[in-house]
Ligand binder design. Structure first.
Ligand code: ZN
Ligand code: MN
Length: 136
């Protein structure tokens, strides 16, 4: 493993925030000053292909990366775009059930939750309170 790849993987495994490539680049650059964003993307691709990390893409948003390659579930805040782990046990029977109602050879599944994260919910509550004060 190259030093670049190791630093990138270490950065990613040291956080549970599911960062973007840009964020990983900014952090890894502290260790490797000459690092380029292209190198970060290339190494992230290699790590993903080797099953060492996961890429989480949500439509048009930038991809987020996860240093935990084993299947687990995520919550995506529709306001700030942050991605969080949801500590639910993986639904083992769902793939068997999907197979039973189709002819597909199922190799995995992905489940996401959407809504407001704690921080954004609090901001929204506060904004509501302020609206009420204004109209009072
Ligand atoms: Zn949020
Ligand atoms: Mn995760």
């Amino acid at each position: 493993m190259t030093r670049q790849k190791k630093v990138i993987l270490d950065v990613l495994r040291s956080v549970n925030t599911h960062p973007t490539a840009e964020w990983i680049y900014q952090e890894a650059k502290r260790e490797i000053p000459g690092l380029s964003l292209g190198t970060v993307y290339r190494n992230l691709n290699l790590l993903r292909e080797n099953g060492e990390i996961k890429e989480l893409s949500y439509g048009s948003d930038q991809s987020h990366f996860d240093g935990r390659p084993k299947n687990h579930y995520h919550f995506c805040c529709t306001e700030c775009g942050q991605v969080f782990d949801v500590p639910l046990p993986v639904l083992k029977t769902i793939e068997r059930k999907a197979k039973a109602v189709s002819n597909f050879q199922i190799t995995g599944h992905r489940l996401e939750f959407y809504g407001l994260c704690e921080e954004c919910r609090q901001k929204e509550d506060k904004a509501d309170e302020e609206d009420e004060e204004d109209s009072a």
